[in-house]
Design a protein around this ligand. Structure first.
Ligand code: AMP
Length: 291
């Protein structure tokens, strides 16, 4: 049985009650259109906590293209069933107006600072996106309260923003422990994403070049090629295709989110790619050191 709540206030009360009852609470934020990637986060939360709650909210603040927002898949009843089967105890949603009752007009919602790690990559190509993520995730954290919060490394830069938010919420006496979880892939290597549903079979094959490019970067790194420019070139070559438009194929230090300079070598490298395959923008990333 899952409890489905359509008001953030009711969710706030439920989560508080769990903590009063000494139940360890796990939380997974989603935009619905659930797949095995989301379910891996739910399963981990179910394993590691006494109760798990999820949110489903397609956050308009993080879409910088109205077309992308319009095309975002939406089937709440199906999602709620999937969550119930995965052992999730409560799911909540709400409207933007319900999440921000203090503003008289949603255009007056105060944007949240996403922190230093929001600089570059996603923020460069989707200006305002990570700020929009930070604004809603902060409100979701305030609604859910102290918890273990599970996020996917598939959105690696987002995990850094979310960790920053969790640190800043300590001032509000909220104890949010962010756990970044591995990316779930199809056997082909394609990272699961709600957006994959918009790929035709032929575009889906072309999209595999993203994971191949990341793997080539990893192979390059293990064979001693540590120059980011060279590894970026290798990735871009793999991504050369008339149906692919690359936003970025970059290397970053995953610990301090720096690029390398002559006097500062990346020590914990992660390769990150964002590219349009046809009209669908996909992102993926891979840690280059073998684990
Ligand atoms: P979304 O519904 O796209 O906002 O994603 C909700 C959560 O699921 C985020 O923390 C994502 O990073 C995570 N997620 C999405 N795709 C995957 C995947 N393939 N593997 C692991 N986590 C994922």
């Amino acid at each position: 049985m899952i409890l489905a709540l359509d008001s953030p206030d009711a969710a706030f009360r439920w989560c508080n009650q769990q903590r009063k009852d000494n139940q360890r609470l796990g939380f997974v934020a989603t935009m619905g259109a659930l797949h095995q990637g989301h379910l891996s986060l739910i399963s981990r939360s179910v394993r590691e906590n006494d109760v798990t709650c999820a949110s489903i909210f397609v956050n308009p603040l993080q879409f910088n293209s109205p077309h992308d927002l319009e095309k975002y898949p939406n089937n709440p009843n199906k999602d709620i069933n999937i969550l119930a089967q995965a052992g999730c105890n409560m799911v909540y949603t709400g409207s933007l107006e319900q999440f921000f009752p203090e503003v008289d007009n949603i255009n007056h919602i105060k944007p949240e600072d996403p922190g230093q790690s929001a600089k570059g990559l996603e923020e460069k190509y989707r200006p305002g996106h990570l700020q929009g993520v930070a604004t809603i995730v902060k409100r979701l954290f305030e609604t859910t309260g102290s918890c273990n919060a599970y996020f996917g490394e598939k959105d690696f830069q987002q995990t850094l923003v979310v960790k920053y938010l969790a640190r800043s919420l300590k001032r509000q006496a909220l104890d949010i422990n962010v756990i970044a979880c591995p990316t779930i892939r199809e056997t082909s290597g394609l990272a699961l994403s709600s957006r994959n549903r918009r790929l035709t079979p032929s575009l889906r094959k072309i999209a595999l070049n993203i994971y191949r490019a990341l793997c080539l970067a990893k192979e390059g790194w293990s064979s001693g090629a540590h120059d980011p420019a060279e590894l970026e070139r290798i990735m871009l070559t793999q991504l050369e295709h008339p149906a692919i438009l690359v936003d970025y194929a970059s290397l970053r230090d995953q610990e301090n989110w720096t690029t390398s300079t002559p006097d500062r070598i990346i020590s914990t490298p992660r390769a990150l790619i964002a590219a349009y395959v046809g009209e669908v923008r996909l992102i993926d990333n891979l840690q280059l050191l073998s684990q």
